[in-house]
Design a protein around this ligand. Structure first.
Ligand SMILES: CN1c2c(nc(N)[nH]c2=O)NC[C@@H]1CNc1ccc(C(=O)N[C@@H](CCC(=O)N[C@@H](CCC(=O)N[C@@H](CCC(=O)O)C(=O)O)C(=O)O)C(=O)O)cc1
Ligand SMILES: N[C@@H](CCS)C(=O)O
Ligand SMILES: [Zn+2]
Length: 766
C-alpha cells in the first residue's frame, strides 16, 4: 500500500445545513409534501458542490467528502451497512423515505433513539443491533459523493464513521439477550468496510478518513483489542486507499499505542482539548513512518486561534512522526459558517472570532507557516493580523466586571443549600394541593409558523413591541385554556416568546452576544444559534417574570416558571476560554438565582430550571468526572437556593444516557425531576433508585421527537412500570421533553391520552 499525496493542511469535516439553512428548508418541505425527492437531491448537490468549491479556493491540501448528510452521519452509516431495523425497512418505502422513517418514526414504527454525539450539542440516531443483525453494503453514498467531486476535478478524502465507533455507539435492540454487546458483531461488519474501501479504491480515492472518536473515552481491554483487530484487518488489504484514522474531542490515551502500531498510514489527533496529546504522540516511535495530522485549530469553539500556541503544539511532533499535517481538532460541523456575515455584532468582538470559513483559512495559514517558515512572504502579514487579534482580546479590560467578581468572592457554602426535603415536600403540598401522579408538561408548546413570523416581524420593525407582546399574551392565554381543558395539573405558559431556551436568556444577560446567521445543526433539520459568552455575566433586569405572572393571573392552577440552568446555558453557548468554566458557571448561576428569586416574589409557586445539558458536559474521561460534577451541581444549587421551602423547584433532563451522572442528579436536590425515559422503557427509574434518588420524578411517557401519538394503554402501561419502580406519591406524569417541535394536531390528542392514562393509573392506586 503506497500513498500518493500527504494529507497536509485539511479539516475533518464541514457544516452541511447550508449557510442559510437551505438543507433544513429543503428537507422540511419534502417532508411536508411540497417538494419532490428530486428537488431535495438538487439542493443537497448544490450544497456539496458549493462546499467543495469553497474549500478548494481556500487552499486546503486535502478536502473531505461524504461529510454531507440528509439527517445524521450515524444513521447514514447504519443505512450504508444495511443495518436499519426491519420495522423501518419493511414499510415498503423508497430508500430515502425508509431513511427518514428511521430518523423520525411513523405512526407504526417509532424512530431510532436519539442521543448526544459525545460531549457536543449535536445528536445522532442510535443504531439498534442484535445477534440476528446481518450487515451488507446497502448503498453507495460515500462512493457517489467521491465520484461527484471527482467529476468536478476535485480529489477528495471520503469520511466514514469507523467500524468500531459505529458499534460502540449502537445499542442492543429490544429483543436481544440482556448480555448482547453490539461490538460482538465486529467480525461480521468488517467485510462490509473492506468492500467499501475496495470500491472507493477502484473509484480512485487516494485517502479515506475513518473516524474513531469513541477512543478518546475510557475503553476496556476488549474494546482496545477490537480496535487493533479492525485496523490490522482493514490495513492489511492491498486494494484500499490510504487510511487516516481520526480521533477528536480528546486524547487517545491507551488507544494511541494501538493506532500507532496498526498498518494504517495516518492518524489525526486533537491537540486542542488535551494540550499534552502532542507530547504523547511524539513519544510513540511507531508513528515515525506515519502521517500525523495535528488538530490545532479548535473545531468547536469560535475564538481565533493563537497561531503561536498552535505552531508550537504542531512543532512538538516535527522530527518524531513520518509526516506532519495540520487540521482542525474535530469536524467544523459544530461551528457556524462565516463570521464575516455578523455585521450587527460589535466589530471588536467580531475581530476576535473565527467560524468555519475563517478556521479553514487558519488551517491553511498554519500549514504554510509550518512548511515555509513564519517569515515567508505568503504568511507574514496574516500571522501578524492573527497575533494582533488575539492580543487585543487578551488586553480588553471590559471583559471583567468588578461587581460580579465581588459577588462571587462573597459566596459561602450555605448559598447553595436548601432546607430539609421532607419539610419542603410538606409545605409544597399545602401550597399546591396536587393529586397523586400529577400531570404536567416540560414547558414549550408548539412554536407555530405564526409565532415565528410574529417574532421575525418584530425583529424587522414591522410589529412594535406592544403588538408583539399582545400576540404572545394571546398565545399564552390560548395555551393556558387548552391545558385547563385537557385537565393538566401543573400548567406552563408555553414559551411562545422564546426563540430558543438558551439564546432567549443570552439576549437579556450582560456578557453575551447573539449572532444573526450563526446556525449550527443540533439534530436532523433542527438548528440552534449558540450565543457567544465573551465577558462577565450579570442580569440587568427580570427576564421571564412578566410572562409567568401573566400566565398565572389567568388560572387558579399552579403555573411553573420556566428557566434554563447555568450548565445548559454554558453548554449551548460558545464560551470564553480565558478562565475556568467553573467560574463562568457560577456567574451564570447567580444571574439565574436573581430570576428565581424574582419569580418567587411575584407569586410563582413552582419553578423549573432546565438542565438538559448536564450530561453533555460530563468529561469523556472518568478521571475528570468528580471535579465536573462538583462545580456543575454546585452551580445548579446556587441558582435554585435562597428561596422558601414552599417553592417547588423542578428540573428537566433529556437527550442523554444518564447512567454516569445519576448521583449528580440526586445531588441537584430538585424537588421534581422530569427525565426522558419513553424510548428507553423507563429503565432510568431503577437506576435512579440505585443512586439513592428520593425526590419527585417525572419519567417521560412519550417521545416528543416523533409525530406519533401514543395511545392511552401505551402510556398507562409505562406508568404502571413507573409506579412499580418508584412509590406512586413521587411519580409525575409528563412527556419526554418540550413540545416546541411538534404540531397541535399531535400534541393535543397526545396530552389528552396522557391525562386519561394518569387518571386510570391514579385510580388503580387507591
Ligand atoms: C432542547 N434542545 C435544544 C438544544 N440546544 C439549544 N440551544 N436549544 C434547544 O432547545 N439542544 C438539545 C435540544 C435540541 N433540540 C432542538 C429542538 C428544536 C430546535 C429548533 O426548532 N430550532 C429552530 C430554530 C429556533 C429558533 O431560533 N427560532 C427563531 C428563529 C426562527 C426562524 O428561523 N425564523 C426565520 C423567519 C421565520 C418567518 O419569517 O416565518 C428566519 O430567521 O429565517 C425564532 O423562533 O425566532 C429550527 O428552525 O431549527 C432546535 C434544537
Ligand atoms: N423547557 C424546555 C426544555 C427543553 S429541553 C422546553 O420545554 O422546550
Ligand atoms: Zn428536554
Amino acid at each position: 500500500m503506497t500513498d500518493r499525496n500527504p494529507v497536509g493542511a485539511t479539516i475533518l469535516g464541514y457544516p452541511r445545513i447550508g449557510p442559510d439553512r437551505e438543507l433544513k428548508r429543503a428537507v422540511e418541505s419534502y417532508w411536508a409534501g411540497t417538494s419532490t425527492a428530486a428537488d431535495l437531491e438538487e439542493t443537497a448537490r448544490t450544497l456539496r458542490v458549493n462546499t467543495w468549491d469553497e474549500l478548494k479556493a481556500a487552499g486546503l491540501d486535502s478536502i473531505p467528502s461524504n461529510t454531507f448528510s440528509y439527517y445524521d452521519q450515524v444513521l447514514d452509516t447504519a443505512a450504508l451497512v444495511g443495518a436499519l431495523p426491519p420495522r423501518h425497512t419493511e414499510l415498503g418505502l423508497s430508500p430515502l423515505d425508509t431513511y427518514f422513517a428511521a430518523a423520525r418514526g411513523t405512526q407504526q414504527a417509532p424512530a431510532l433513539e436519539m442521543t448526544k454525539w459525545f460531549d457536543t450539542n449535536y445528536h445522532y440516531l442510535v443504531p439498534e443491533l442484535g445477534p440476528d443483525t446481518g450487515f451488507a453494503l446497502a448503498g453507495s453514498k460515500p462512493i457517489d459523493e467521491y465520484v461527484e467531486a471527482r467529476k468536478l476535478g476535485l480529489e477528495t478524502r471520503p469520511v466514514l464513521l469507523g467500524p468500531v465507533t459505529f458499534l460502540l455507539l449502537a445499542k442492543a435492540h429490544a429483543d436481544a439477550p440482556e448480555d448482547f454487546q453490539p461490538l460482538s458483531l465486529l467480525e461480521r461488519l468488517l467485510p462490509v468496510y473492506e468492500e467499501l474501501l475496495a470500491a472507493l479504491h477502484s473509484a480512485g480515492a487516494e485517502w479515506v478518513q475513518l473516524d474513531e472518536p469513541a477512543f478518546v473515552a475510557d475503553r476496556s481491554a476488549a474494546e482496545l483489542a477490537a480496535l487493533d483487530q479492525a485496523y490490522t484487518r482493514l490495513g492489511g488489504r492491498p486494494d484500499r486507499p490510504s487510511i487516516l484514522v481520526a480521533s477528536y474531542f480528546g486524547s487517545l490515551g491507551e488507544a494511541l499505542g494501538t493506532l500507532a502500531r496498526v498498518p494504517v498510514e495516518g492518524l489525526a489527533l486533537d491537540l486542542v482539548t488535551d494540550p499534552t496529546a502532542g507530547d504523547a504522540a511524539a513519544a510513540q516511535t511507531a508513528l515515525r513512518d506515519k502521517e500525523v495530522v495535528a488538530g490545532v485549530v479548535d473545531g468547536r469553539n469560535i475564538w481565533r486561534t493563537d497561531v503561536d500556541t498552535a505552531m508550537t503544539k504542531a512543532a512538538t511532533l516535527l522530527g518524531s512522526v513520518g509526516r506532519l499535517g495540520v487540521s482542525t481538532s474535530c469536524s467544523l460541523l459544530h461551528v457556524p459558517y462565516d463570521v464575516d456575515r455578523e455585521t450587527a455584532m460589535p466589530e471588536r468582538l467580531r475581530s476576535w472570532l473565527a467560524f468555519a470559513r475563517q478556521k479553514v483559512a487558519e488551517v491553511v495559514l498554519l500549514g504554510r507557516a509550518l512548511r515555509h517558515g513564519q517569515d515567508a512572504a505568503s504568511v507574514v502579514d496574516e500571522l501578524a493580523r492573527a497575533r494582533a487579534a488575539v492580543a487585543d482580546r487578551g488586553s480588553a479590560s471590559d471583559l471583567r466586571e468588578p461587581r460580579v467578581r465581588a459577588r462571587l468572592d462573597s459566596l459561602r457554602p450555605e448559598h447553595a443549600q436548601r432546607g430539609d426535603y421532607a419539610k419542603r415536600a410538606g409545605e409544597q403540598q399545602s401550597s399546591l394541593g396536587l393529586p397523586a401522579l400529577p400531570t404536567t408538561t416540560i414547558g414549550s408548546f408548539p412554536q407555530t409558523d405564526e409565532l415565528r413570523r410574529a417574532r421575525a416581524q418584530h425583529r424587522a420593525g414591522q410589529l412594535d413591541t406592544e403588538q408583539y407582546h399582545a400576540a404572545m399574551r394571546s398565545e399564552i392565554e390560548r395555551v393556558i385554556r387548552l391545558q385547563e381543558d385537557i385537565g393538566l395539573d401543573v400548567l406552563v405558559h408555553g414559551e411562545p416568546e422564546r426563540n430558543d431556551m438558551v439564546q432567549y436568556f443570552a439576549e437579556q444577560l450582560r456578557g453575551f452576544a447573539a449572532t444573526e446567521h450563526g446556525w449550527v445543526q443540533s439534530y436532523g433539520s433542527r438548528c440552534v444559534r449558540p450565543p457567544v459568552l465573551f465577558g462577565d455575566v450579570s442580569r440587568p433586569e427580570p427576564m421571564t417574570v412578566e410572562w409567568a405572572t401573566f400566565a398565572q393571573s389567568l388560572t387558579d392552577r399552579p403555573v411553573k416558571g420556566m428557566l434554563t440552568g447555568p450548565v445548559t446555558i454554558l453548554a449551548w453557548s460558545f464560551v470564553r476560554d480565558d478562565q475556568p468554566l467553573a467560574d463562568t458557571a457560577r456567574q451564570v448561576a447567580l444571574a439565574i438565582r436573581d430570576e428565581v428569586h424574582d419569580l418567587e416574589s411575584a407569586g410563582i409557586r413552582a419553578i423549573q430550571v432546565d438542565e438538559p445539558a448536564l450530561r453533555e458536559l460530563l468529561p469523556l474521561r472518568q478521571s475528570a468526572h468528580k471535579e465536573y460534577l462538583s462545580w456543575s451541581v454546585e452551580s445548579f444549587r446556587l441558582a435554585t437556593s435562597g428561596i422558601s421551602d414552599s417553592t417547588q423547584i423542578h428540573t428537566h433532563l433529556c437527550y442523554s444516557e444518564f447512567g454516569e451522572i445519576l448521583p449528580g442528579i440526586a445531588a441537584l436536590d430538585a424537588d421534581v425531576t422530569s427525565i426522558e425515559a419513553a424510548r428507553s422503557r423507563m429503565e432510568v427509574l431503577s437506576d435512579l433508585n440505585a443512586a439513592g434518588f428520593a425526590r419527585g420524578v417525572g419519567p417521560g411517557v412519550y417521545d416528543i421527537h416523533s409525530p406519533r401519538v401514543p395511545d392511552v394503554d401505551e402510556i398507562s402501561n409505562l406508568l404502571r412500570t413507573a409506579v412499580a419502580a418508584v412509590p406512586a406519591e413521587r411519580v409525575w406524569v409528563n412527556p419526554d421533553c418540550g413540545l416546541k417541535t411538534r404540531g397541535y394536531a399531535e400534541v393535543e390528542p397526545a396530552l389528552r391520552n396522557l391525562v386519561s392514562a394518569a387518571r386510570q393509573v391514579r385510580a388503580e392506586q387507591r
